[in-house]
Write a new protein. Structure first.
Length: 134
């Protein structure tokens, strides 16, 4: 039974749930980028290359064996677009983080409590007494 309780604790931890949400969102985003590349960018590339469907381009190796370089090119374009989008997201988060930290840095530090002031006085008196005796 302890294994099941440990598994329940692991699954219900916030990190795992956040990761699961990230994977689902990432999968949906990948489908959007795939459609963007296949349905918008590649037809434009096809028009620029004289009506050639680049995604269907392949090179015959031998017999029925083909090297599908067009799908590979489309996958590379997908990767570049997703990488650029992730770069922009991270850049935006970093800018927001700097903005939030700037506001926190501008705020004056809180006034020490009465206990902290008393402890500081005791420390200073002990240092002073030590230098007189030492």
């Amino acid at each position: 039974m302890p294994v099941l309780q440990e598994f329940k604790k692991f699954i219900l931890r916030g990190n795992v749930v956040d990761l699961a949400v990230g994977v689902v969102i990432g999968t949906a985003f990948t489908k959007i980028v795939d459609s963007l590349v296949a349905d918008l960018f590649m037809p434009i590339v096809g028009v620029l290359t004289g009506g050639i469907d680049v995604s269907q381009m392949r090179f015959k190796l031998y017999g029925d064996a083909y090297l599908g370089w067009g799908k590979f090119a489309q996958s590379v374009l997908n990767f570049v677009i997703i990488g650029f989008c992730m770069f922009m997201v991270v850049k935006g988060i970093n800018a927001l983080h700097k903005y939030v930290l700037r506001d926190e840095a501008a705020a004056p530090p809180p006034e020490p409590t009465a206990t902290e002031k008393l402890l500081t006085e005791i420390r200073d008196l002990l240092k002073e007494q030590k230098t007189k005796n030492g």
